[in-house]
Design a protein around this ligand. Structure first.
Ligand SMILES: Nc1nc2c(c(=O)[nH]1)N[C@@H](CNc1ccc(C(=O)N[C@@H](CCC(=O)N[C@@H](CCC(=O)N[C@@H](CCC(=O)O)C(=O)O)C(=O)O)C(=O)O)cc1)CN2
Ligand code: MET
Ligand SMILES: [Zn+2]
Length: 773
């Protein structure tokens, strides 16, 4: 039987299997804690370095312990203190001129300077932060102009390789590729308006050439260059991207003294870029065969091909049989095939160990990073030695998959029947003009109404109380009281500040998705399943494994308590269906559209209950609407159709005089402006401060008629924006949007901020509003 016999091709590199990257934050969030104490000043730079070093040592030991080979470059070396794209900027010396003072004579920056570039401080506005492709990870956007001087400016990547080598591990350094780096960059402030960062490709490639030489000199045999941009349709013409790829990889392949190159293309299929890469002279290619379809009609002879059949971006146990079929099909294309993950594993938590509370059944359906490494090793063994060599593992995986498919919670008649009865009218409200009049009559809000996005600071006291409650050290009643006290103080603060529309502050929410997941049927949550979202900030994505239903109201008692304390309107606060999906690990056994509508119906009931309890303004956050936009243009229309539809299903039950708000973070929504329009929310708040309102002219030219609140305070930075700064932003906003349509608010919720910055910044925000009114 040909499909059960070992592949008789030349042996691939990483024959025992490999992964494209491992989580960086630490099993117990060691890196998060070390960074935050360094920023607070309670530990030193040396302490931070020492923790990072220990973490790297533990990580490579862990990967070897799980079966990856120590001596053949199978173990990736992919540590980062904050973000891998920032690391590339720092390594290439591509630091905007405003940070010049932070650099030493040799161009390097220390960890304090690195942190300032990432987070901002004083007069230094940080780099902009945005989503890494369609994931909940954020990278720091490089700012590149004609003036950027590319020069190898950090030895960290090489030093980390040497550190591992000295410890007995021949690792494979992982770096972001030049195409991805430049296409993700934005033009610097100093650049002429028609400049595009990709124009600097040859200058940047010169530094990659030098870097390859440095890796070679240090003894590296392989380096992994990540080019996810090759699986996405980007603004630049596709033909240009292909010719850039051809050009760059020919240039890198031509370098004489260099490690072998594994070009990795996570997050989707390479499609017509694959022949270009295959012919470029690189030695290896890593394919995402979870998202991407199997390539055909391409000659991969002479290449090591890492068949990415273990999903690096989701947590379901791999269907090993299907994975082997895919890997063997790729082998037909002539390359030397080994097995890997589809993406880096930094999208998933470290380990299922410690998650026994999930129950043996659910646990048996799952694989986190460590379990995925083991799956990769099993699959690679099957490829080398035949299926019999891993028969037990294959049988175990089959049994778990069958159990999952048969579980009653994945197919509930009540949920399915209700969804089947949904009609198109269930997704429609009356016209905006009618609603706007009813709402004006009800609320009489001033022009440039001020509000916040929902959360107030999650203080250590709040988190301690919740941790104590979870442990059983605080009773339900005491916890309830502690949260009510917090809500009362947040309401009072907003009254004092003079804000027009108040919020309850979300103190009771550990996270805006996890909170709902804990209250809805069909979800489970982890105790320690942390995943890095940006820098030191982590989330525990919930596991959406079954059909979704709402056993009881989720937010009503907190919202009505807050409303009872003020005569001003208090916004009810919900998280929308798309965002609940995007920030959870979602079942992969039915279309996302179906799952989204199930969540939409649960939220629709919550909206009805909030209204009945007297809440007149309800915000349904959809910050992840842009995030899930498919990377290939051909898939985008269908996505926007179902995502917008599920939001409308959740909100369209609202009465005319109920004001529906939504909130979206991140600024590149020029491209989804039709969808934002389609949400049909009465008021939409968006992130706009870091990008200085750059999205507003597009909104204006679109003829957007509803109300909009472009953020005037970048809450991702600890900086306090001045009244003058916010006045300028508001004045800029008024050039595009009429005062009647304009709201004043921060970019996003305040949960990551402290009270000192919050109070000072909101005072300035109110002062700026008065100045502009
Ligand atoms: N899921 C999600 N994705 C998102 C966002 C978001 O809000 N949620 N916002 C955007 C930006 N990303 C963000 C991601 C995380 C955080 C964030 O604040 N994370 C917190 C954790 C939030 C949380 O889960 N808190 C829990 C647990 C907190 C905790 O660490 N507790 C201690 C114990 C408490 C103590 O004694 O201090 C522990 O477990 O060790 C709670 O409050 O209950 C952090 O990293 O610090 C913010 C923004 C985009 N993506
Ligand atoms: C990431 S969007 C956050 C919205 C949420 N209502 C908050 O204020 O935190
Ligand atoms: Zn937000």
């Amino acid at each position: 039987m040909s499909d059960n016999t070992p592949v008789a091709a030349p042996a691939p590199a990483f024959a025992g299997g490999t992964i494209l990257g491992y989580p960086r934050i630490g099993r117990n969030r060691e890196l998060k804690k070390a960074l935050e104490s360094f920023w607070k000043g309670t530990t030193t730079e040396a302490d931070l370095e020492a923790t990072a070093k220990e973490l790297r040592a533990f990580t490579r030991g862990q990967m070897a312990g799980l079966g990856l080979a120590k001596d053949d470059s199978s173990i990736p070396s992919n540590f980062s203190f904050y973000d891998h794209v920032l690391d590339a900027s720092v390594t290439f010396g591509a630091i905007p001129t405003r940070f010049k003072g932070l650099r030493a004579a040799d161009g390097s920056v220390d960890l304090a300077g690195y942190s300032t570039i990432a987070r901002g401080e004083g007069a230094h506005a940080p780099l902009e932060m945005t989503k890494w492709f369609d994931s909940n990870y954020h990278y720091l956007v490089p700012e590149i102009g004609p003036e950027t001087v590319f020069a190898l400016s950090s030895t960290r990547w090489v030093d980390e390789f040497v550190e591992a080598k000295d410890a007995g591990y021949l690792t494979r350094p992982v770096i972001t590729g030049p195409l991805t780096y430049l296409h993700l960059a934005k033009p610097s402030d100093d650049a002429p308006h028609d400049f595009a960062p990709i124009e600097r490709l040859d200058d940047l490639v010169a530094v990659y050439v030098e870097l390859l030489g440095a890796f070679k000199a240090a003894g590296a045999e392989w380096v992994q260059i990540d080019e996810p941009v090759l699986v996405a349709d980007i603004d630049a013409p596709h033909a240009d991207l292909l010719s850039q790829a051809e050009h760059v990889y020919a240039a890198l392949a031509a370098v004489e003294a260099r490690p072998q190159i594994l070009l990795a293309a996570p997050m989707g299929g390479l499609e017509d870029a694959l022949p270009v890469i295959a012919a470029s002279g690189v030695e290896g290619v890593a394919l995402d065969l979870v998202r991407g379809t199997l390539p055909t009609d391409v000659d991969l002879a002479g290449l090591t091909v890492v068949a990415g059949v273990v999903d690096g971006h989701n947590i379901w146990r791999t269907d090993l049989d299907k994975a082997l079929v895919k890997a063997r099909a790729v082998a037909e294309l002539g390359g030397a095939v080994t097995v890997g993950t589809s993406t880096s594993l930094f999208h998933v938590p470290h380990t299922l160990k410690g998650e026994e509370h999930l129950g043996a059944e659910l646990l048996s359906w799952l694989a986190f990073a460590d379990e995925k490494v083991a799956e990769v090793v099993t699959l690679a063994t099957a490829l080398r030695e035949g299926d019999d060599a891993v028969a037990d593992s294959l049988a175990e995986a089959r049994a778990a998959l069958a159990d999952r498919a048969a579980h009653p919670g994945t197919n509930r008649a009540d949920v399915r029947d209700r969804l089947a009865a949904v009609t198109p009218e269930d997704r429609d409200r009356t016209s905006y003009a009618v609603r706007a009049a009813a709402q004006e009559e009800r609320f009489h809000l001033p022009e440039l109404a001020t509000t916040t996005i929902g959360s107030f600071p999650q203080t250590p006291e709040i988190r301690k109380a919740r941790a104590a409650w979870a442990k059983g050290d605080l009773t339900d009643a005491d916890y309830e009281q502690a949260m009510k006290d917090e809500i009362a103080s947040v309401v009072e603060l907003q009254e004092d500040l003079g804000l027009d529309v108040l919020v309850h502050g979300e103190a009771e929410r550990n996270d805006m998705v996890q909170y709902f997941a804990e209250l809805l049927d069909g979800f489970s949550v982890t105790k320690n399943g942390w995943v890095q979202s940006y820098g030191s900030r982590c989330t525990r994505p919930s596991i959406l494994w079954g059909d979704v239903a709402r056993p009881q109201p989720m937010t009503v008692r907190w919202a009505t308590y807050a409303q009872s304390l003020s005569t001003k309107p208090v916004k009810g606060m919900l998280t929308g269906p798309v965002t609940i999906l995007a920030w959870s690990f979602v079942r992969d056994d039915q279309p996302l559209a179906v799952t989204a509508d199930q969540v939409g119906l649960a939220l629709r009931d919550e909206v009805t209950d909030l209204e009945a309890a007297g809440i007149g303004i309800i915000q349904v956050d959809e910050p992840a609407l842009r995030e899930l936009l498919p990377l290939r243009r051909r898939d985008q229309a269908a996505y926007l159709e179902w995502s917008v539809g599920s939001f409308r299903l959740s909100t369209a039950g609202a009465k005319d005089d109920t004001q529906v708000h939504t909130h979206l973070c991140y600024s590149e929504f020029g491209e989804i402006i039709d969808a934002i329009d389609g949400l049909d929310a009465d008021v939409t708040s968006i992130e706009a401060a870091r990008s200085r309102m750059e999205v507003l002219p597009a909104i204006r030219s679109h003829g957007y008629e509803r109300q909009i609140g472009p953020g005037v305070w970048d809450i991702h930075s600890p900086r306090i924006p001045s009244t003058q700064e916010m006045t300028e932003l508001l004045t800029l906003a008024k050039e595009s949007i009429s005062g009647r349509q304009l709201w004043v608010n921060p970019d996003c919720g305040l949960k990551t901020r402290g009270y000192r910055e919050t109070v000072a910044s909101l005072e300035n925000l109110v002062a700026a509003t008065k100045a502009v009114r």
